[in-house]
Unconditional design. Sequence first.
Length: 580
Amino acid sequence: MTVVHPELRRATRGARRPLLAATLLQGAVTLTHLAQAVLLALALADLARGRTERLPWLLAAVLVVVAARAAATTRQRRTATRAGAEVRVALRDELLARLGSLGPAYLTTARAGAVRTTLVDGVEGVDAYVSRYLPQLLITLTVPPLLLAVTAAVEPTALFGLVPALLLALLGPRAWDRLLAARGREHWDTYERLGADYLEALQGMPALRAAGAVGRTRARLEERSAALHRSTVAQLRVSLVTTGITDLAIQGGTAAAALLACWSAVGGATTATGTYLVLLLASECFRPVRDLAREWHAGYLGASAADGIAALRTAAPAVRDTGTAPADWPKAPELRFDNVGFTYDGASAPAVDGVTFTAPAGRTTALVGPSGAGKSTLLALLLRHHDPGDGRITLDGLPTTAYTLDALRKGVAVVSQTTYLFHATIADNLRAARPDATDDDLAAAARAAGVHDEITALPDGYATVLGERGATLSGGQRQRLALARALLADARVLVLDEATSSVDERREAHIVRALTEAAGDRTVLVIAHRLAAVRHADHIVVLDAGRVDATGDHTHLVEAGGVYARLVAAGRTHPEDVAA
Ligand SMILES: Nc1ncnc2c1ncn2[C@@H]1O[C@H](COP(=O)(O)OP(=O)(O)OP(=O)(O)O)[C@@H](O)[C@H]1O
């Protein structure tokens, strides 16, 4: 029952109306409880006096009130659920958009599993907090004071029992707020870490098995689960203390008010109706407090996740999206790296330094170099996952920073075997690039990428559902499917990233040729890790230790000696292989 976290207050912004409606309906439910209390007090007083003529009417009215409450409760739950759903969808949209603008650079520091936990469980918790706890909080702050006013009019002495008990029930637990918030944060951190560890263990299962580390990972996950259990119990312990205080105050307050009302009745100071009314109102006074304690438990996860959600929502992107140009080049643009230098945060030496080369418009340029030469870094800079520390990268003469991030990333399509394929049909995976593409568009793109015949040979053709991470396809097929997707997106610049080639060199060279042919008049940059793939490229840029070592075609570069000739001689691009 802590003060509302600013992040949670903010989450209510988009659904103020349904939340207000849910609160008013909750108020209506409370009113039915009060009406029932009044009617029962009258009925009991009549019974005590031996008068029965009004009884049937009173009891019938009680039934009507009960029916009205059932209707109001149903309506209230429906409205609150709708409000919660609106809050949940808006928050997830916002967080996903933020993740999109943060880009992959963010996930090199934050763990994917932890982000998933925040996005899924955290947001679910916010829904419960906002749609159930907050309306109840408003009712709790308004109804008991009103009832105290009514009680004061009927039987003021009962206030001596009710007021201190209400204050204790509401303010007593506040003494534990700080501890509860700290335990909540601790619990959430442990929960996030467990989620992240599980996701990593699942995704890395083949690697763990190959390294014989499954047992060790299981032990670590067990330790994480035990830590979550300990933190849940620690949190629960504090929670039980506060709930205990609330319960004690409620029971004590009701009993004290009842005793005072009876004492006053015995002294003849109140009527029978007044005494019964005070007895029933005393109980109604505490109902919102009791309900609030219950809803607090439902929304507790949201309150704990609020810090994590705020951190994700306000995380600073690695680059600023201040460009305005639309990247709608009529023809394929020229791509130029102009004296580009970049040093990763915390690194002592630059990853790339003074890199200058041009990838001519509508032609294929290959970027080669030993492992660690800086090829992936240049790709990350081109896509603006980071901005260069020195120099600039231009497309069609304009620096990449002049384009909107969205336009830039749509204008430059990356094809790689690590391209994510979703657990969906092949058609849906292709349509991720262009949702309105017709079946003919899909087939044309797949044909150009040389994967159409293989798709139609599958029993379900384009309706084949791919496994997690596209595991049902071979490396080459995945790559060609990724190319088909890029062709559908109609980006004018294609980057072929050969980062994790799982096919043999001959096949790879064949794929690269097919892909560059399919690319048509686009500007293509092939990031090659094996030379067989690029020996036919007419323009090769050789990178070494973050600098351009040479540029030219295969024959020219072999004749010139240097890094390229050594790589060719070694038949590999890895320095250790070169040295061998
Ligand atoms: N996130 C990072 N943080 C710090 N240093 C990094 C990071 N990523 C890469 N580096 C460093 O930057 C340099 C260039 O790496 P990069 O991944 O660009 O090379 P590469 O040519 O793509 O290598 P490979 O062929 O092995 O993929 C290397 O020294 C690498 O250790």
